[in-house]
Design a protein around this ligand. Structure first.
Ligand SMILES: [Zn+2]
Length: 330
């Protein structure tokens, strides 16, 4: 058993409080390899942003959870080496059982999500409560979820949205004791968030997805004022990446995300954690495909993973500076 405090990590309590008061959101970036970790830390150190490093269950299977934990420990040292002691949270994304959350807490995670959103309301309350009771003994923060996001990401998938029911949030937060709440207001997992027929077209013929349900967010804020809210599935799917991928042999169809202006607006509310994963996948894939197409003789992985890392860092700096507003808040 190791406490995250020994590793130099922090839980999300203080940074969420500051984010709500300061009207910005903390980036939650997923990682499962070294290049992603380097990009995240470099981008957040250079912009002076707090950061949440997220590990999904897919990442644990891919990279091994022990390795990932040591990478996060290394990230703390790396940030210091780069010259800034930014707050770093190590967070379990979409924990699906008490046992998994406990094992992450015991190995040094500072924050966990227990996703009981697919369960009945009462079962979600009971499971979340159980995780909170254990986590709080170790000063680890817990994110719960109410409502279901559509889309597919790793092992989390759902056919349709179920928007969060504002009437349930007060009871859920009170009975479970969670520290933050993921809600469903129209964001969605993956790179194909909307079907073209769900969208309208602007004057230039560009597809415009249906807006987020800010009315539900406002209703939730009214019922639990100042309580930290989390948005999952908040990638914007930059069309220049999709175009680069397709130009160099890719086959991405109907990839549509959440417009960044809407996320910027959400970040000024009680939304204090915004999860971005798919955009990073697109940035890396676009960069790798471009190298493969333009330098076909190249076979040193550093020659394509390096450009992928640089592109990812650029994207994350843009997110921190222009979408989340967390630059300079570390
Ligand atoms: Zn998610």
């Amino acid at each position: 058993m190791v406490s995250y405090k020994e590793l130099g990590l922090v839980n999300s309590k203080e940074i969420f409080k500051k984010a709500i008061a300061g009207k910005y959101a903390i980036p939650a970036f997923n990682f499962n390899n070294m290049e992603q970790m380097q990009s995240i830390i470099q981008a957040c150190v250079e912009t002076g942003s707090p950061v949440i490093l997220q590990v999904s269950s897919g990442a644990r299977k891919y990279a091994n959870q022990t390795l990932l934990r040591y990478m996060a420990q290394g990230a703390v040292e790396y940030a210091r080496e780069l010259g800034k002691n930014i707050p770093i949270v190590l967070h379990l994304d979409h924990g699906d059982s008490f046992e998994l959350c406990k094992s992450c807490i015991d190995m040094g995670f500072s924050s966990v999500m227990i996703d009981g959103s697919h369960l009945s309301y009462e079962d979600n309350v009971a499971l979340t409560r159980k995780v909170v009771e254990y986590a709080h003994q170790h000063d680890v923060t817990v994110e719960g979820e109410l409502g279901v996001l559509a889309g597919v990401e790793d092992e989390v998938s759902a056919e349709h949205h179920t928007y969060t029911e504002p009437a349930q949030v007060e009871d859920f937060v009170k009975r479970t004791g969670v520290d933050s709440l993921a809600i469903s207001i129209g964001t969605s997992h993956g790179a194909n968030k909307f079907k073209p027929e769900q969208c309208t077209r602007d004057a230039q013929g560009i597809l415009v997805p249906p807006p987020l349900r800010f009315d539900i967010l406002e209703e939730i804020e009214k019922r639990i004022p100042g309580f930290p809210i989390v948005l999952h599935g908040a990638s914007s799917v930059p069309q220049e990446y999709v175009a680069t991928i397709n130009k160099y042999g890719g086959a991405m169809k109907d990839a549509i995300g959440i417009p960044e202006e809407q996320l910027r607006k959400a970040a000024t509310s009680a939304v204090c954690k915004i999860n971005i994963d798919s955009d990073g996948r697109l940035a890396m894939t676009a960069a790798v495909r471009e190298v493969f197409a333009s330098k076909p003789a190249e076979f040193d992985p550093r020659k394509y993973l390096g450009p992928a890392r640089d592109e990812l860092k650029k994207l994350y700096m843009h997110k921190v500076n222009n979408v989340l507003g967390s630059a300079g808040k570390a």
